[in-house]
Design a binder for this molecule. Structure first.
Ligand code: ADP
Ligand code: MG
Ligand code: MG
Length: 872
């Protein structure tokens, strides 16, 4: 099997086999760019190496020798030859770019003998010994595992003794004596001599590069970027060119455009008389690339041409490594340049305008994290930060505020004009008013889809959750992070994109819908088939959503309207009611509040559909917990208050369920206590009516949660239709084209979708609950516990609460859509739930032919782009 390819034999499409660097070196060689010759050992060879328990198999070694021989012929040099030695670099090159994660060795092929040959051949002794000392250091570090600082110390000592300020000033004697020091250093630290046999050098170097695939930092990097461990790395052997031969030599890195702004000028750095590693390692401060225009005008012009050519060829901004040897330019690497969000969008738009790529290509290049970065305020990374702890990056953006340890304090302090950050062990729906007024939320427990995270994301608020290394003392109103104690009122900063908790305040940069983003979103809108709705529970969110391009509301959770303090009291009275009349009286108080919310939302969504879900959570969520009530009872003074508290405690016990998520909630509540749904429906229609009087076009879609049997929906639909008769005079009823539908979130509903469709105008897949019930995972328990292990051990490919499980849950969706439409071809279908803002899940919705996805307002731009990407 062929496991070694000369550069001239490969091309850019062979990335999987040759690695990114190797494939691009081959491509550049083919297109006639000045690339020093060499060959690539494939990723398959890497696998063979691991399979032979980290040994290079004989047949592979033979192939390498053959190609090395060809290289000797091409260059007219000989590996290990004392008069005309061939020197090579041994460079790692993985399939997905992993900058700086793996190892490279330069100047391989030098020993006590060949270094003399190199000196004689070039007439430049100083240069030859400079190369030799570099080889010993890199080889010692990469192959023999000796820490770099051991060499650095020796280098500095020698420079100090000889009075050299910079390494160009070191004389040949200096390098010679350093080489002796280095050799001793190798002997002491590695227990062996630096190998004088060049073939042994080569073999050991190749082995080391293969092994570097499994070094710690490479493993971590792969995990973060979802790069499969099985990919392996290729190894490139390339004849050396020298930027350290004199003043007509140099080395540098150039981006074809500015990677942080997307502007069109070249961006980069170089060093005269230096070798590649010097630029990045920081031993010398490089010059900015513009100055090369004056220093080496010819080379600069050539470089500009090379940049143009590569950019055109790869149709993307390139990150190029080059070296100049005695006035001749060589290109050593090219790859698509990493860029920040702003630059990514700008470049995409520019390339379309320049006719380099199509709009579709541009859209495909936009990544979710680009939008995450753009649409949230972020930390200004140029400043020094004291990171207290790192939790899960649950909701991107940066938040600065003083720490508070309960929701009421958050509300009080924020009313007093303070910026607060809510810090809790975990959050419950009762904390929502605290979340609402906070700049951001920090919890020590809970996963990426924990309540705190979901709510915060929905509001576009930064959130760090599951930050287990901080200890929160709610009673003592403080938090411990390592040595630090943060008291209530101390300033902290959260970075929801990285999960960092930072001491004090740090400067932020603002978020923005840039003109480029608007333009790209318009292209996306032309292409996509899926509509994009928003999950929004109040007029403010509805307005934000519309600003981001929402085409309706797919989920308005009415329970969130009940958590404001004055409403919660009425809600609690309703729950505590002993008789239907008492309950109705309490509901009468809630009605105008709900109505005004709905009016605000209808107003914001003038002309667009608004899907309102009737009350869903179990009632106990609206009552305080028993411990809190007991405490209040002890403090209570009046007998009336005591009596009330006692009743509340009794009620809490009464409502207690061992499985609240599978208990009395959703439509089950509506059937047992129809008064609640009656009130909500009345509020919806009254609001609709009032808005229609103002000339607003209202499209209410009433959604019944948790239906599992057609009879449930049938009954509740009657409730809605009856209310419509009552609320609207005949002409108005005609104008208000309301719909009634259901969430499909119980597996039985999906399985009996045809029967359910008989009573539904639309299906909305509530994939949070549907995932929970299909897997049988309690979401709140799964994330902090076994699900993390499942991810680590790769039992599941993704967290199914983040990425829709298309195989299982998806099958239920497909089935329900088909069955529903078989009865009602025009049945409207959509998905609400966390998955509606996730790229792969959106692609699934597109494939399945849903009409829309609904996601939180800040995810809408992402959803519009993901929907277009799915349609391309
Ligand atoms: P990394 O992946 O860390 O960038 P590279 O394999 O690209 O590692 O090598 C690092 C640097 O070494 C390159 O930027 C280049 O300047 C220098 N280099 C690599 N191969 C050669 C070569 N054949 N001749 C001269 N310099 C080289
Ligand atoms: Mg490189
Ligand atoms: Mg649900």
């Amino acid at each position: 099997k062929k496991m070694v390819y000369a550069f001239a034999e490969g091309n850019a499409k062979m990335k999987a086999l040759l690695g990114g660097k190797g494939a691009n070196l081959a491509e550049m060689t083919r297109s006639g760019l000045p690339v020093p010759p060499g060959f690539t050992i494939t990723t398959e060879a890497c696998h063979a190496f691991f399979q032979s328990s980290n040994r290079i198999p004989d047949h592979l070694m033979e192939q390498i020798q053959l190609d090395l021989h060809r290289l000797e012929e091409d260059t007219n040099q000989k590996f290990g030859d004392s008069s005309c030695p061939l020197l090579v670099s041994v460079r790692s090159g993985s399939v997905s770019s992993m900058p700086g994660m793996m190892d490279t060795i330069l100047n391989l092929g030098l020993n006590d003998d060949t270094v003399k040959g190199l000196a004689a051949l070039t007439g430049n002794e100083r240069f030859a010994y400079d190369c030799y000392r570099r080889l010993i250091q890199m080889f010692g570090n990469v192959v023999l595992g000796i820490e770099s600082f051991r060499f650095e110390i020796l280098l500095h000592k020698m420079m100090k003794n000889s009075g050299a300020g910079q390494d160009q000033e070191v004389t040949v004697e200096g390098w010679r004596s350093l080489i002796e020091d280095y050799k001793r250093c190798v002997k002491t630290n590695a227990g062996r001599e630096f190998p004088q046999d060049v073939h042994e050098q080569l073999k050991l170097a190749i082995e080391a590069v293969f092994k570097s695939w499994n070094n710690h930092r490479a493993q971590i990097y792969r995990k973060i970027h979802h790069i499969p461990d099985a990919q392996g790395t290729a190894v490139n052997i390339q004849s050396m060119v020298f930027g350290n031969k004199g003043d007509d030599c140099g080395t540098g890195v150039v981006f074809t455009r500015n990677p942080s702004t997307g502007d069109g000028e070249l961006f980069g750095e170089y060093l005269v008389n230096a070798q590649g590693e010097d630029v990045v390692s920081g031993v010398r401060t490089p010059q900015s690339i513009e100055t090369l225009k004056d220093v080496m005008p010819n080379i600069y012009d050539q470089l500009v041409q090379v940049c143009k050519k590569l950019e055109q060829h790869y149709r993307d901004m390139q990150d190029i490594e080059f070296t100049v040897e005695n006035g001749k330019l060589y290109v050593l690497q090219t790859r698509s340049g990493k860029r920040n969000a702003q630059a990514a969008l700008k470049l995409a738009v520019e390339f379309v305008k320049e006719g380099v790529i199509s709009r579709e290509d541009a859209l495909l290049r936009i990544e979710a994290f680009h939008l995450d970065q753009l649409l949230h305020r972020g930390i200004d990374e140029s400043k020094d930060l004291e990171v207290l702890a790192t939790g899960l990056p649950a909701s991107p953006g940066a938040a600065i505020g003083v720490a508070v340890f309960d929701a009421d304090t958050a509300a009080d302090w924020s009313r007093a004009g303070k910026q607060v950050i809510l810090v809790r062990p975990e959050t419950t729906p009762e904390d929502i008013h605290g979340v609402l007024v906070s700049e951001g939320v920090l919890t020590s427990r809970g996963g990426m889809t924990s309540h705190a995270a979901v709510v915060a994301r929905g509001m576009g608020k930064p959130c760090v959750c599951g930050c287990e290394s901080v200890r929160i003392d709610v009673e003592g109103r403080r938090m411990f992070a390592g040595e630090r104690v943060i008291e209530e009122g101390d300033w902290i900063t959260l970075d929801g994109a990285s999960g960092r908790v930072i001491m004090g305040t740090v400067p932020l940069r603002e978020a923005a819908m840039t003109t480029e983003l608007r333009e790209i979103l318009e292209w996306a809108d032309d292409i996509r088939k899926l509509r994009v709705y928003a999950n929004a529970d109040n007029p403010e969110d509805a307005n934000t959503a519309r600003g981001f391009g929402a085409e309706g509301i797919g989920l308005c959770r009415t329970e969130h309207m009940f958590f404001a303090p004055e409403r919660l009291a009425a809600m609690q009275r309703m729950i505590m009611a002993e008789t239907v009349d008492e309950r109705k009286a309490a509901l009468d108080q809630l009605l105008p509040m709900q109505q005004s919310d709905f009016e605000g939302i209808f107003h914001a969504m003038d002309g667009l559909p608004v899907t309102i879900r009737l009350l869903d959570p179990p009632l106990h969520e609206f009552l305080p917990n028993t411990a809190e009530l007991q405490r209040k009872l002890e403090d209570a003074e009046s007998t009336a208050e005591k009596a009330l508290l006692k009743r509340m405690i009794r009620k809490v016990h009464e409502l207690h369920e061992s499985n609240p998520m599978l208990g009395q909630r959703g439509c089950r509540l509506g059937i047992v206590y129809p008064e609640i749904y009656d009130m909500q429906i009345e509020a919806i229609f009254k609001a609709a009516s009032a808005c229609m009087d103002k000339g607003i076009s209202v499209l209410p879609e009433i959604m019944i949660p948790l239906v599992g049997h057609a009879a449930e929906l049938q009954r509740l639909r009657e409730l809605v239709d009856r209310a419509a008769e009552q609320e609207f005079p005949a002409d108005k009823k005609r104008d208000c084209k309301y719909k009634v539908g259901t969430m499909i979130e119980v597996p039985r509903a999906a399985l009996t979708a045809r029967q359910i469709a008989a009573h539904a105008d639309f299906f909305s897949f509530g994939t949070n609950d549907l995932t929970q019930m299909t897997f049988g995972y309690s979401r709140d328990d799964a994330e902090g516990k076994f699900l993390t292990h499942y991810m680590d051990q790769k039992v599941l490919p993704h967290n199914p609460f983040q990425v829709l499980d298309s195989e299982g849950v998806g099958q239920l969706i497909e089935l329900a859509v088909a069955a529903g439409r078989s009865l009602k071809p025009t049945l409207k279908t959509g998905l609400c739930g966390e998955h509606g803002g996730e790229k792969m899940s959106i692609a699934f919705c597109h494939e399945t032919g849903l009409d829309y996805v609904s996601c939180s307002p800040y995810r809408i731009p992402l959803a519009r782009i993901a929907a277009a990407q799915a349609a391309i």
